[in-house]
Design a protein. Structure first.
Lengths: 138, 348
């Protein structure tokens, strides 16, 4: 189960960069251009409770993910998404394409569907199937 | 012996920003910001002891005494600058959003810290008296604070910090003057209200009628909590006989109250509403010098749902003087309690 939540900005959020500090444990600057934000679940829940600046981001259904759509994400957002699929240390993968392909493999989706080229090999990893199921239940 | 120094030789300081965590007291900051108090109170430092009086010592008297714990309380009263006010508000509320609505302007909105963490931000504080006394107190949490304006005086904040009980002597930390100082005065105040049925649309102003105000924050910290035996935090590290110091100091059931003295025309419709105890949301603001364009130095307190006592203090020349004491309630319409805003010129 993912330990992060993805938040998008609501219409009430400042249109400029803003920094939120909560006690001594949380401080983060939010740049509207960087939305959506992947945040540790504990603090994401606090932000949702405390501010009307945020809404829970509607994740794209895994079935709708394509190599092209993933490649449009910023690297840190892509890495965060990879972690949602239990891909460990995606930041160590060589490039965004490698991360995106790993996500698609974990989600049992064809890695080259977006390119209209060859479909990826069907993943045989049982674990990835369990993870997808868990996410859907969540 | 050198002659004693005078009370006016005392100066006080506070960390520019909060400590990274409550127990991070191993390395004092390079400097503190001068904390110019109106009452020049020094810290109340207590070493709590116990003894064996009454035990079977065979005598009427005790024969031994030992140290249990240490405590450091720092009461204060200060006419804060905008930056100091902002520092105190962060200490009082623990949660803030900072934006820059336009170049050169900083705006903060403070709200009560979410109880996901009950540890408010804590500060280093210090006091010096010439070269005779030099003490630092880490982990100072703002237990209570009253923000008030009276007549034509400056905005004043009186309150009480409490540290972990640690006291560092002779660290010789510099206490430096604030720069870019700007003060708010009660003459800049105004108060507005709306019916709570229309939250966040505070509109009607009691023009020329605000005589004084007080806004209280009580973080209801339990002073006994935090001396946790398992944490093994001692005045002298690794010396259990030197007495315990706190490992944390948490807020309890917080309360936000206020008191306003206002004048109203005897015929004002607001008077009937106040006498009927109609629930309101309230906004008290102090609006100072323009920074740029429409942006001013500012301090605003909004209570999103206020219930109150209203007492008529007397009527004269067609005006009634009222003392209103609103307490903040949780407004279920917008999930808000209190929000406080400061706005000032961004420091260079």
């Amino acid at each position: 189960m993912s330990k992060t939540k993805t938040l998008a900005l609501s219409a009430n959020a400042p249109k400029v960069d803003f920094t939120i500090e909560i006690g001594m444990d949380f401080s983060r600057t939010f740049k509207p251009s960087d939305a959506p934000f992947h945040i540790e679940k504990k603090w994401a829940d606090v932000l949702l409770r405390s501010y009307d600046y945020f809404v829970e981001f509607e994740e794209t259904e895994p079935e709708a993910m394509t190599l092209a759509s993933l490649m449009k994400l910023k690297r840190d957002v892509l890495n965060a998404k990879a972690k949602e699929f239990n891909i460990s240390e995606p930041e160590k993968l060589a490039d965004k394409k490698a991360v995106a392909e790993a996500i698609l493999q974990a989600a049992k989706l064809p890695a080259k569907a977006a390119d209209g080229a060859d479909a990826a090999e069907t993943p045989s990893d049982e674990k990835s199937g369990e993870e997808t199921e868990e996410k859907e239940q969540g | 012996m050198a002659p004693p120094l005078n009370q006016s030789n005392w100066i006080y300081g506070i960390g520019d920003t909060p400590m990274s965590n409550y127990t991070d007291d191993g390395s004092p900051p390079a400097e503190l910001i001068k904390f110019v108090t109106t009452d020049q109170q020094s810290a109340k430092y207590t070493v709590n002891t116990a003894n064996n009086e009454g035990q079977s010592t065979g005598t009427d008297w005790g024969t031994e005494q030992w140290i249990e714990s240490h405590d450091a309380e720092i009461p204060f009263s200060i006419d804060p600058t905008m930056l100091m006010l902002t520092r105190l508000l962060l200490a009082a509320f623990g949660q803030k959003v900072t934006t820059s609505p336009t170049a050169g302007v900083t705006k903060n909105v403070f709200t009560p810290q979410d109880a996901a963490s009950r540890q408010l931000p804590v500060y280093w504080m210090g006091e010096q008296c010439g070269d005779r006394h030099d003490a630092l107190y880490p982990s100072c949490m703002l237990e209570k604070a009253t923000f008030k304006g009276e007549e034509s005086g400056k905005l004043n904040v009186a309150g009480n910090f409490r540290g972990s009980g640690q006291q560092l002597l002779g660290e010789d930390v510099d206490i430096v003057k604030e720069t870019g100082k700007y003060y708010l005065k009660n003459t800049m105040s105004e108060i507005a209200r709306a019916l709570a049925a229309t939250p966040n649309t505070v509109a009607k102003t009691y023009a020329c009628g605000l005589q004084s105000f007080m806004f209280d924050v009580d973080n209801a910290a339990d002073q006994k909590v935090g001396y946790d035996p398992g944490c093994k935090r001692f005045f002298t590290a690794n010396d259990p006989d030197s007495g315990q110091i706190r490992s944390y100091h948490l807020f309890g059931k917080r309360k936000y109250g206020s008191k306003y003295v206002i004048w109203l025309e005897d015929s004002a419709p607001e008077l009937a509403l106040l006498r009927a105890q109609t629930e309101l949301n309230l906004k008290m603001g102090m609006y100072g010098k323009t920074i740029t364009g429409a942006y001013k130095n500012m301090f605003e307190i909004v209570m999103h749902l206020a219930f109150y006592k209203s007492v008529d203090l007397g009527s004269k020349n067609g005006f009634t003087t009222l003392e209103i004491s609103p307490d903040a309630f949780y407004n279920e319409a917008d999930n808000k309690i209190v929000s406080v805003t400061t706005q000032y010129a961004t420091p260079a």
